[in-house]
Design a protein around this ligand. Structure first.
Ligand code: MN
Ligand code: MG
Length: 668
């Protein structure tokens, strides 16, 4: 309060000086009121997004404190930002309750526990006095009952304009009509008294409207089928923003849990819709997220037309995206001016400060009991591994990390087949990706030392609470799956003396490799698909030398492929994987399957989980090519690199990654 008063009296002094300066030489008969500047309000909007249950400054993978993420650190920035301006709103943009082991622990306790005790994350947001919450996609990972229990504990409204209850079994999924039966209010209009430069308070109507990726109905099919339908983000904005204005909203803030992407032509139900949203009339500011990127600033947003990636504008609209796990706070400062008809935005500024060592210790204390429970859960031993489980070079060659996932999935599916839950006559293959492969920072890799293996290690290996699903595909369809994985690589030219960058901008969670087959990625060839799964080069084939049981793959042969709900339901837009090829959906999380497999296999093999690394795929570099990529620069990284033929560590880059060069072997 004291700070607020100080600021407004400072603003008042400044305004008086302006009035004096402009009055010089003007008729002294004028009353001061006539010469006064119009009333102005500095309104500060603050955003957190994709917190993913990272409340404490704690790294659950390494089990040690960190200052790199956690809401306790973001809270320090929130307090500082509030102290600078008494007029503020604080918004969370979803993907809030899923991610860290703390989130897993609460989910494990179930909706009943949350109803009784309130979700600890909601207690944290209440403590920080959030004003509005928006739903992300990951909120739906634990089912509707769990969302309801969680949202019921919030002391602030939850909104979402494009997720609705399905009227009947037939209307679930992508239905393009009607706005009845929303799951949450589509928007809210809040009216905190805001203080102008003269110290006068005004009840300005500020509207907030939330959106989520329509893809939830596929990604969480098992929870949402028959119950939920979604609408296109832009269609929802076009419908509701005029309604908000008609209800008196003087400022409209859009909160899309959706990123920025410039589609050549906007596809209905686009996952990343914030670019298009900026063109919807009546929106004053955009607080976005979902892509875990910084805006302004991330190089991912450098080349978008009409996007100012330095100042934070998307097609002229101020916009911010504060990274992930609370590592930044998003701030949009709006200057409002009073006119005859109400308040309107006349200026804006965007900033996205990074967290530092400062933290809110009161908030930390509020979550300590659940944190301790989480650590106890993580330290339960599941078994022991005979060698290091690592994803360090998982896009260069087969890795123990991906193999363990595939071994467990195959084990589970074979049991289901013996139970008669899967067609008995089809061979079982398994697909998995290295979830942690350096995409977020230089230590974002899975490295589990040989020896005792805990649930904590498992969360490190398998980051998402995906469930196990099985699809039935032909050999030909499996080739297309691997062609999508091949998008991880850029096209490499032969006989070029300088090192060529190997990795494309491609999420490592989409780099599926398939166990039970042998194959190679011929990276000299152009990509067959784009990242939307659209065929762009019908002649191109990068997946070559594909063999099953030593014989060339029979394109007509049918296979069962074990995967997860995300991929089977269309995640990553892989051809043939859109829900239609699903033959088996387990309720079990893949993580639970791996835990059961680890316990079983350890017991069967005299106290050590047997892991026999299959070298079933390789990259084929063209003759005379050297490629460059970034990797982990730890001792483990250096030790593994030493075992790879043609691989050399060159340097460490500014972000702390090792720079590696890989030379085409003479034999290829
Ligand atoms: Mn997220
Ligand atoms: Mg998301």
């Amino acid at each position: 309060m004291n700070n607020g008063k100080g600021l407004s009296s400072m603003l008042q002094t400044a305004a008086v000086m302006v009035v004096l300066a402009t009055s010089v030489g003007i008729l002294s008969a004028c009353s001061p009121a006539v010469n006064e500047e119009p009333a102005r309000i500095e309104l500060r909007l603050m955003e957190t997004t994709d917190l993913h249950a990272y409340m404490l400054g704690f790294d659950y993978f390494r089990q040690q404190p960190t200052e790199a993420h956690g809401l306790v650190h973001t809270a320090a920035l929130i307090h500082a930002a509030r102290a600078e301006n008494p007029n503020h709103y604080l918004v969370d943009n979803g993907d809030l309750i899923q991610g860290s082991a703390l989130g897993d622990w609460v989910a494990e306790q179930g909706a009943g526990y949350v109803n009784e005790h309130n979700h600890p994350i909601m207690r944290a947001l209440n403590y920080l006095q959030y004003d509005v919450g928006n739903m992300g996609n990951h909120e739906f990972n634990y089912g509707l009952e769990f969302i309801d229990a969680t949202a019921a504990g919030a002391n602030f409204p939850y909104i979402s304009a494009n997720v609705l209850h399905a009227e009947s079994e037939d209307t679930w999924g992508k239905v393009s009509e009607g706005w009845d039966n929303p799951m949450f209010p589509p928007y809210v209009i809040l009216e905190k008294p805001l203080v102008d430069q003269y110290g006068n308070a005004h009840p300005v109507k500020v509207g907030f409207i939330g959106f989520l990726p329509p893809q939830i109905v596929r990604w969480d099919l098992q929870h949402l089928q028959g119950k939920v339908r979604v609408r296109d983000i832009v269609a929802a904005a076009e419908y509701f923003v005029p309604q908000m204005r008609a209800e008196g909203a003087e400022v409209v803030v859009a909160i899309p849990h959706s990123g920025l992407r410039n589609y050549a032509s906007y596809p209905e139900f686009a996952e990343q819709a914030s670019y298009q949203l900026a063109a919807v009339p009546g929106i004053d500011a955009i607080l976005f997220g979902h892509q875990h990127q910084l805006f302004p600033g991330s190089p991912a947003y450098d080349d978008l037309p009409g996007v100012d990636n330095e100042r934070g504008y998307v097609r002229g609209i101020p916009a911010v995206s504060p990274g992930y796990w609370g590592n930044h706070l998003g701030i949009i400062d709006l200057t409002l001016e009073q006119t005859r008809t109400g308040w309107g935005v006349v200026a804006s500024a965007v900033s996205v400060p990074a967290i530092d060592e400062r933290k809110d210790e009161q908030l930390e204390a509020l979550l300590m009991a659940e944190h301790e429970e989480t650590l106890a859960m993580l330290n339960q031993p599941l078994g022991a591994v005979s060698e290091r489980i690592s994803s360090l070079f998982a896009r260069i060659q087969p890795s123990t990390a991906v193999q363990l996932i595939n071994d467990a999935q195959t084990w589970y599916a074979k049991a289901a087949q013996e139970n008669g839950d899967l067609p008995a006559d089809l061979p079982i293959l398994s697909a998995a990706a290295p979830f942690r492969n350096g995409s977020q920072h230089a230590d974002d890799y899975t490295v589990i030392a040989a020896g005792e293996f805990t649930l904590g290690n498992l969360v490190d290996l398998y980051v998402y609470p995906n469930t196990l699903q099985v699809v039935e595909l032909t050999g030909a369809q499996i080739l297309e799956w691997l062609e999508m994985s091949a998008l991880a690589y850029r096209q490499i030219a032969a006989n070029q003396p300088s090192a060529q960058p190997l990795f494309a901008r491609f999420p490592s969670y989409n780099f599926d490799t398939i166990s039970g087959l042998e194959f190679a990625f011929a990276v000299s060839e152009p990509p067959r698909y784009n990242s939307n799964g659209e065929l762009i080069n019908a002649e191109a084939r990068r997946v070559v030398n594909v063999r099953y049981q030593g014989e060339p793959l029979d394109l007509a042969q049918r296979f069962l492929v074990v995967t997860n709900n995300y991929r089977a339901g269309g995640g990553g837009s892989f051809p043939g994987l859109d829900g239609s090829t699903l033959v088996y959906a387990s309720d079990e999380e893949v993580r639970k399957v791996i835990a059961d497999y680890a316990r079983y296999n350890t017991a069967q093999n005299e106290g050590e989980l047997a892991l026999d690394l299959q070298r079933n795929w390789e990259i084929l570099l063209p003759a005379g090519a050297t490629v460059e990529f970034r990797g982990n620069d730890s001792e483990a990284g250096k030790a593994e690199a030493a075992l790879v033929e043609g691989l050399h560590r060159i340097d460490q880059d500014a972000d702390g990654y090792a720079v590696y060069h890989l030379k085409a072997s003479e034999a290829h």
